[in-house]
Write a protein of this length. Structure first.
Length: 612
C-alpha cells in the first residue's frame, strides 16, 4: 500500500519480537463483545488467514512475510517467515532490494497452498505481485517448504494501476480470479489460469472494480455469498499509527467482474461503498483485511493500530454476519477495552436559522462547510473525537475528513473547509455552553468561533469570527440514531431494570453491554437545545423522579411526557465526555443507583455518548 514503507522498520521489529508463544487448544470462541479484553492481539499488518488441520495460519506484511499459527484465533505462536530474503527476480524487476513484502493472500486449490504477495516502493506504482506455493503450511511436516513460482503481474509508472494487495476468489464455475490495486485508478481484476496460478491467456482483459479517481482505496477482498459477490476494500490512510483513518467498506455484484454497488446503489467505480468499520476505542485505522471461511461461517481478519499500545499494528478477527443480503462485522473475538464503537454522531444546528452544518457537495479534501437544510444525510453528521487539552476534531461521517480553518487563516471571516487530520490548532475546536443547551464552537487557533457568514441561512458559508454573542454563532448538537449512554470508564451503561416487562420503569447502570433496545437511547428534540432521551425498547423518556427516601432517581416517564424533569441539554466537558442536565438543573448521575444531582465535577456525572 502506498504509505507502508515508512512503517516497515517498526513493523518488522513488532512482527519478530514480543508475540505470544502460547498456543491453546480450544473450540472457536464466541465474540467477546466490547466490554472487556479476553486476549491480547498479536502484532500484524495486512494479515491473511487460512485453516489447515487444527491450526489457523496467518501471514502478513513484513520481512519477508512473517507467519504465525493458532488453534482458536485468539492465541498465536510465531513461525519462521516464508522467505529468508527476496527472490532474485524481485530485485531484478524493481532495481532495488525491498525491505519487506506486502499484503499477502493465502488460498488453497488443486492440492497446493497459493501465496500471492506484493513488493513495491513508497508512493510509486513500480510494483510486482509474486506467487509461492506449498504442499503444507505445517513447518513440522517433512513436506513443508515454499516454492517460488515467480512474477504474476507487474505495474510501471506509465500504468494507471498499482500491482499490490492481491486477493484470490473463485467464481461459481470454479475459475480463480485475482483482484489487486491501490490508489491510482483503484481496484482491478485479472482472470487466472487454475493450473499455473498465473494470468489467464484466454482472457487478457483488465477489469476495473472500484475507484475513487486516484484517491485512497486498496486492500480488496472478495467473497461469494448466496447469489452475490461482495467486494471489501479499505479507504483512506493506513500506516500513521493512532492517526490512521483507514476504514472498511463493501459493495456487491451479481457477476464477479462487477459492476459492484453499495447499499444505496452507488457504484464502487464512482466512489461508492457501504461502511462496515472505522476506528473506535483502541482500534484505530482498521483495514488491510481478508475474508476467510472456517467453522461453517465467514470471518474477517484485519489490522489496526492499538491506541492503548502506542499505535502498534495488531491483528483482529471478527465474525461476519449476514442479513438482508449484506454483511456486517461483529465485535472482535478478543474483545475491546470499552463498550460501543466510538463517539456519537451529531447534526449541528444553527440557532439563528435552524439550518444544519453541512458538507453540501459530499466532498472530501478542500470541500467547503456550509449551512444546509437539515436531513439524515451522513454528509451532515459530525463526530467529535477528543484531540487533547480540552479540544476536539469535528469529523464528517461521509468524508472521514475534519473541519478546519482553511489555510490556517488567522483573521475574521476565515473559510471553513475539510481536510485530512493534521493535528494542528486550525483543526481543533471546543464547545462552550451559552444558554438553554446552545453552545459556541471555538477554534484553538485564535479563539474565534464558527458562525453562519452574514447571519445567513441555507447556503451560507461557515466561517470563523470574533465572538459577538449573537445567535448566528450558536449551535446545538443533536445526537444521531440510537446510542449507548456509558459511564466515564466506558464499561457500564444506562439500562432499564426488568426491561421488557409492562411496568418496567427503574433506570439502572449495567456492568456489561447486551443486545436489544433496553440499553439504546434516542435523543428527540423538544425546544431550544433540549431533548427527550427515549428508551428504544419501551418508547419512554428518562426523567428525574423523587424516591421514597427523598433522593432524586432516574426512571422512565410516561410516553410523550414533556416535563422539565424529562428534558435534557447536552453540555460538552473538556475531556471528551458530556453532562446531561435537565430543565430543573439536575445532572444525570451514573452512580449506583442511577440518580441526579447538582452539576459538578463528579466523575459519575461524566457520560460518554457512544455509537452501539
Amino acid at each position: 500500500m502506498s504509505a507502508r514503507t515508512a512503517l516497515v522498520t517498526a513493523l518488522v521489529l513488532a512482527l519478530t519480537t514480543g508475540m505470544s508463544t502460547a498456543v491453546v487448544a480450544s473450540p472457536l470462541p464466541a465474540a467477546a463483545g466490547s466490554g472487556g479484553r479476553i486476549a491480547a492481539d498479536p502484532p500484524a499488518h495486512d494479515p491473511t488467514i487460512i485453516k489447515q488441520g487444527r491450526y489457523y495460519y496467518s501471514i502478513g506484511t513484513g520481512s519477508y512475510l512473517p507467519a504465525s499459527r493458532s488453534t482458536d484465533l485468539l492465541h498465536w505462536a510465531p513461525l519462521a517467515p516464508v522467505f529468508a530474503g527476496p527472490p532474485a527476480w524481485v530485485v531484478r524487476e524493481l532495481g532495488t532490494t525491498p525491505a519487506s513484502f506486502w499484503a499477502p493472500d493465502l488460498s488453497f486449490f488443486d492440492g497446493e497452498y497459493h501465496l500471492y504477495y506484493a513488493a513495491s516502493s513508497f508512493g510509486r506504482n513500480e510494483s510486482v505481485i509474486g506467487l509461492a506455493t506449498a504442499r503444507t503450511l505445517d513447518p513440522d511436516s517433512d513436506a513443508y517448504g515454499w516454492v517460488d513460482r515467480g512474477m504474476v503481474l507487474r505495474s510501471r509508472s506509465a500504468d494507471t494501476f498499482n500491482a499490490i494487495d492481491p486477493d484470490v476468489v473463485f467464481d461459481a464455475g470454479g475459475r480463480p480470479w485475482l483482484s489487486f490495486g491501490s490508489f491510482w485508478d483503484g481496484i482491478k481484476m485479472r482472470g487466472l489460469d487454475r493450473e499455473t496460478g498465473m494470468p489467464s491467456g484466454d482472457d487478457p482483459r483488465l477489469y476495473s472494480l472500484a475507484s475513487r479517481g486516484g484517491a485512497s482505496i486498496e486492500s480488496s477482498s472478495i467473497v461469494r455469498h448466496g447469489r452475490y459477490y461482495y467486494l471489501f476494500t479499505s479507504l483512506d490512510y493506513c500506516c500513521r499509527g493512532i492517526d490512521s483513518d483507514y476504514r472498511i467498506v463493501v459493495g456487491r455484484a451479481t457477476g464477479i467482474t462487477g459492476p459492484y454497488v453499495d447499499r444505496d446503489g452507488v457504484a464502487l467505480s464512482t466512489g461508492g461503498g457501504t461502511e462496515l468499520l472505522r476506528g473506535y476505542n483502541e482500534f484505530r485505522g482498521p483495514g488491510g483485511g481478508d475474508v476467510f471461511s472456517a467453522g461453517r461461517r465467514d470471518w474477517y481478519v484485519h489490522h489496526y493500530y492499538d491506541a492503548s499500545d502506542g499505535g502498534r499494528p495488531k491483528q483482529s478477527v471478527r465474525p461476519v454476519a449476514w442479513s438482508d443480503g449484506w454483511p456486517s462485522l461483529e465485535d472482535p473475538l478478543s474483545g475491546s477495552t470499552r463498550v460501543g464503537r466510538g463517539g456519537a454522531y451529531f447534526t449541528v444546528v444553527n440557532r439563528a436559522s435552524g439550518g444544519a452544518v453541512d458538507n453540501p457537495t459530499c466532498g472530501y479534501e478542500g470541500a467547503d462547510v456550509r449551512i444546509g437544510v437539515p436531513s439524515a444525510s451522513p454528509c451532515q453528521q459530525w463526530r467529535l473525537p477528543e484531540s487533547g487539552d480540552g479540544y476536539a476534531a469535528i469529523l464528517n461521517r461521509h468524508s472521514n475528513k475534519v473541519a478546519e480553518v482553511a489555510a490556517c487563516v488567522n483573521t475574521d471571516g476565515g473559510r471553513v473547509a475539510q481536510w485530512g487530520w493534521l493535528n494542528n490548532d486550525c483543526q481543533k475546536f471546543r464547545l462552550v455552553p451559552t444558554d438553554n443547551g446552545w453552545s459556541r464552537i471555538e477554534n484553538k487557533l485564535a479563539g474565534r468561533v464558527l458562525e453562519a457568514a452574514g447571519c445567513g441561512g441555507v447556503g451560507a458559508a461557515v466561517q470563523t469570527y470574533t465572538w459577538l454573542g449573537n445567535t448566528c454563532q450558536q449551535f446545538r448538537f443533536a445526537p444521531v440514531g440510537d446510542l449507548l449512554l456509558a459511564d466515564s470508564s466506558g464499561h457500564r451503561v444506562l439500562d432499564v431494570a426488568r426491561c421488557g416487562k409492562a411496568h418496567a420503569s427503574r433506570v439502572v447502570v449495567a456492568g456489561h453491554e447486551r443486545r436489544g433496545g433496553c440499553q439504546r437511547w434516542r435523543f428527540t428534540h423538544t425546544e431550544d437545545g433540549y431533548y427527550q432521551v427515549v428508551n428504544e425498547r419501551h418508547g419512554k423518556p428518562v426523567a428525574v423522579v423523587i424516591a421514597s427516601d427523598g433522593s432524586p432517581r432516574l426512571a422512565l416517564g410516561a410516553a410523550g411526557e414533556i416535563t422539565a424533569a424529562a428534558q435534557w441539554r447536552i453540555e460538552a466537558l473538556n475531556d471528551g465526555g458530556y453532562r446531561l442536565v435537565n430543565r430543573d438543573g439536575l445532572a444525570a448521575d451514573l452512580a449506583d443507583p442511577a440518580g441526579a444531582g447538582t452539576p459538578g465535577a463528579s466523575d459519575t456525572q461524566r457520560l460518554l455518548l457512544l455509537t452501539p
